[in-house]
Design a protein around this ligand. Structure first.
Ligand SMILES: Nc1ncnc2c1ncn2[C@@H]1O[C@H](COP(=O)(O)OP(=O)(O)OP(=O)(O)O)[C@@H](O)[C@H]1O
Ligand SMILES: [Mg+2]
Length: 320
């Protein structure tokens, strides 16, 4: 879920920072910037999938008009030559669970220190009126408890030590990329027109949170929810065929994760290990349900065949 948006020197916004919850009402006079604000996540998604200039200057369909006719239009009051965005998104529970397994024990013990959000920052410079260059780009994992100034962090500022840096880029320098709570580090050399986030590999082992975030941006929230809901329905039909019982009634179920009662005589550890040996990872319940339930997430680049293979593996493990 998108939890914060910031824009600097972009169109009608000199400096904008909005913190968002599950529901948010946006009210304002005509021309006050509502559409401009709501378009920011879509713009970032288009920049990732299509590239910077096509996202801003090309039309997406014959009926639509381009976001802008010229790059100068994008700069607040036409003063200066750069604009920036920051976007934060709250990580889904299953991604947090994956990350928590990797953090030091001192962090595991304190939920307030658990990975909670991703923060993406990007600064763009209009160059020679016709080109757009990425000057700064950062991606961080932010813990649940953190301090933040009221007007946002701007871009490329000093960050608390508790934030985990995934991407760091300053103008002209190669991009440093750190796998999420892993030792692996990479250095990328990119042209200034290329976004580092677009070049971050879709590797859900090394980059579970960043991969999730890229998908969120590229696909859009609505399309993502529909795809996950379809995936969850495929899994739940399969669970019923296997005689498994779901913990929650339909109205309370999420579209990204399913909680199931462990069948009598089965432990979570045995089920987890047998499935892991077949290439699948399930999650345990939390709190007092830890011994009674298991959870199955259906996020990421997964297709129908992956779910069918998982159901076949689960059937084989339960039948044995
Ligand atoms: N570079 C710029 N500098 C300053 N203001 C700009 C710039 N580019 C666009 N604007 C202003 O930004 C506003 C864009 O408003 P937007 O369309 O987002 O408003 P809205 O709240 O969605 O309005 P409506 O209720 O009519 O849909 C306009 O007032 C436009 O003049
Ligand atoms: Mg509008």
């Amino acid at each position: 879920m998108i939890s914060r948006l910031e824009a600097f020197h972009y169109r009608c916004f000199d400096q904008l920072a909005i913190e968002m919850d599950a529901y948010h009402v946006l009210a304002g006079a005509n021309g006050s910037g509502k559409s401009t604000l709501l378009d920011i996540p879509m713009l970032l998604g288009d920049m990732l999938s299509k590239g910077l200039l096509p996202a801003l200057l090309e039309t997406s369909s014959p009926a639509a008009s381009a976001r802008a006719q010229s790059l100068q239009e994008l700069i607040h009051c036409h003063r200066g030559n750069y604009f920036s965005f920051a976007m934060e998104a709250t990580l889904p529970e299953s991604t947090v669970a994956t990350l928590v397994e990797r953090v030091p024990t001192s962090v595991q013990k304190d939920q307030q220190k658990w990975p909670h959000r991703l923060r993406y920052e990007v600064s763009l410079e209009v160059f020679n009126y016709t080109e757009l260059h990425v000057t700064d780009e950062f991606l961080y994992i932010v813990p649940r408890r953190t301090t933040r100034p009221a007007m946002g962090w701007s871009i490329n500022g000093r960050r608390p030590r508790t934030w985990k840096t995934i991407l760091a880029r300053t103008f002209g320098a190669p991009v440093d990329m750190h796998a999420e709570y892993h030792r692996e580090k990479f250095v990328l050399r990119l042209r200034p027109q290329q976004l580092a986030l677009a070049n971050l590999p879709y590797d859900f082992h090394l980059f579970p949170a960043s991969g999730w975030f890229k998908e969120l941006l590229e696909e859009g929230v609505g399309a993502r929810i529909r795809r996950y809901a379809t995936a969850a329905a495929v899994l739940r039909e399969g669970f019923e065929r296997l005689g498994l019982r779901l913990v929650l009634p339909p109205a309370l179920r999420s579209s990204s994760i399913t909680s199931l009662w462990l069948p009598p005589g089965r432990t979570y550890a045995a089920l987890h290990d047998a499935l892991k040996a077949r290439g699948f990872v399930i999650y345990e319940g939390q709190g007092r349900l830890a011994r009674e339930i298991f959870r199955v997430a259906n996020m990421g680049h997964l297709g129908r065949e992956d779910f069918e293979r998982f159901l076949a593996a689960l059937g084989a493990v339960l039948g044995s």
